[in-house]
Design a protein around this ligand. Sequence first.
Ligand SMILES: O=c1[nH]c(=O)c2ncn([C@@H]3O[C@H](COP(=O)(O)OP(=O)(O)OP(=O)(O)O)[C@@H](O)[C@H]3O)c2[nH]1
Ligand SMILES: [Mg+2]
Length: 170
Amino acid sequence: MQIQVGSKNPTKIQAVKEMFPNIDVNGVQAESGVSEQPFSDEETRLGAITRAKHCAIKNPYTIGIGLEGGVMYMDNDLYLCNWGALVTPENDIITASGARIKIPKDIEEGLLKNVELGTLMDTYAERKDVSKKEGAIGIFTNQLITRQEMFRHVVTLLKGQWMLLNNYNK
Ligand SMILES: O=c1[nH]c(=O)c2ncn([C@@H]3O[C@H](COP(=O)(O)OP(=O)(O)OP(=O)(O)O)[C@@H](O)[C@H]3O)c2[nH]1
Ligand SMILES: [Mg+2]
């Protein structure tokens, strides 16, 4: 068994490696099929599913995992949202969503000008590659949680459902 993660982002790849320590995990470039900056739960979720399908279909006996970050409105507030998908060699599709956190208005204004969150975060935090390190979720939680930890939680939800599907420990 092998797992392909549909991303080269280390926060996503490491999150999967942590949850599947005994399986060979590789990160591969995968189309999300959605915009670079997903702007709804539905779009973000579809991006995760498309990435996972891209990985599973190209490689038999391989589990595909897609992890996608996006933003979504609730009333007039914009939230960071995160979705994960796991596609099995038998083509079962398992999904789960991750943490959300409200995004500051100045960042929202940048997003509405079609600037990607990752770019905005580097400027805001005066750092490089925030999206490959603590992430927006780390910056806006005073570093209490990192993007990798947040994705590890999503992968935990995916793995638990996958184990149930495969009657593990029954
Ligand atoms: O700094 C960030 N911290 C975060 O918590 C976060 N969540 C989402 N995004 C950004 O939203 C877009 C789609 O996300 P995304 O899933 O495509 O991520 P990504 O582009 O970093 O990875 P990948 O596409 O190489 O897999 C990209 O512009 C990401 O930078 C974040 N940026
Ligand atoms: Mg991306």
